[in-house]
Design a protein around this ligand. Structure first.
Ligand code: HSE
Length: 293
């Protein structure tokens, strides 16, 4: 029977003001292998709770087969996940992307990457993690008539992305439930301007501009109380000169800096200031998106 392994990068979404629109792929990967069988579903490599038909890799695999008018036979799925689950680093998007690509490759690669993005975006509801997971690099996306349109943006080569990953999780659905249905015109205007300047600052490598632009009024103010130590870590990051934001819906916090000593300084200061265990993970941008191994 045919098998394929898909490698998908982690992604950090929003980048502060780019709520549901900006994302960046990072060099931390989840590999998912799909092997067609005569019947049944077998999922290995993950917690028992994720081995049923609601596993996102399988849901997405089936959705792509359905859009190709192909029969879903049996499949064995093996997940080798290095992207931590429910931490704001795109673990769900990675499974959706893997399932979509896996099904497409096994049935003759008839859909384009844009076609796979359209299908998975309909499932996830926003393209900010999916787009960089598929295309790599820094992306901004908009959705028109239900269809995502994505553009890649240039990134200065000196940035260091430091992910601070806590020992507690945060389901995205919970982090979205705290957001208001409506925002003020002033807050919307604030985010439009800040978002545009975040992209330019990332391109130029302008740390001061990035620090100022990477602020948000659409989601972070409503979410920060759900993340232990958010303000403590934001304070250290900003006084150290770094730009700071929630990674996706959190709880991972992200510092973006050109200062290669920030990691060690954070590691020195953090233990005295927090009861939680924060792993500080330097991550490089993944300029290549999901691929067949
Ligand atoms: N843009 C999404 C959010 C990313 O902030 O809710 C998490 O999936």
């Amino acid at each position: 029977m045919k098998a394929v392994t898909i490698r998908v990068p982690a992604t950090t979404a929003n980048l502060g003001p780019g709520f549901d629109a900006f994302g960046c792929a990072l060099q931390l990967y989840t590999d998912v292998t799909f092997e067609e069988t005569e019947s049944g579903l077998e999922i290995t490599g993950c917690d028992e709770a994720f081995t049923g038909p609601d596993n996102l890799a399988y849901v997405s695999y089936c959705a792509v087969l359905a859009s190709l008018s192909e029969e879903v036979k049996g499949v064995k799925i093996h997940i080798d996940a290095h992207i931590p689950i429910c931490r704001g680093l795109g673990s769900s998007a990675a499974l959706l992307v893997a399932g979509a690509m896996g099904a497409n490759v096994l049935r003759g690669n008839r859909l384009s990457t844009q076609g796979l993005l359209n299908i998975t975006n309909a499932m996830e509801g926003h393209p900010d993690n999916l787009a960089p997971a598929f295309f790599g690099g820094l992306t901004a996306s908009m959705v028109d008539n239900g269809l995502p349109v994505t553009v890649n943006f240039p990134l200065h080569q000196d940035w260091e992305f430091l992910a601070l990953i806590p020992d507690f999780d945060m389901p995205t659905v919970k982090a979205r439930a705290v957001l208001p249905e409506q925002v003020s015109r002033a807050d919307a205007i604030y985010n439009v301007g800040h978002g545009a300047l975040v992209l330019k600052a990332l391109e130029l490598g302008d740390e001061k501009l990035l620090r100022n632009a990477m602020q948000d009024k659409l989601h972070q103010p409503y979410r920060k109380h759900m993340v232990h130590d958010y303000e403590v870590i934001e304070g250290i990051a900003r006084t150290s000169g770094a730009a700071f934001c929630l990674s996706g819906a959190g709880p991972t916090l992200l510092c973006i800096t050109r200062d290669k000593t920030l990691k060690d300084r954070l590691a020195d200061k953090l233990p005295a200031l927090t009861e939680k265990n924060w792993e500080i993970m330097p991550l490089h941008v993944a300029f290549e998106g999901a691929k067949v191994l």
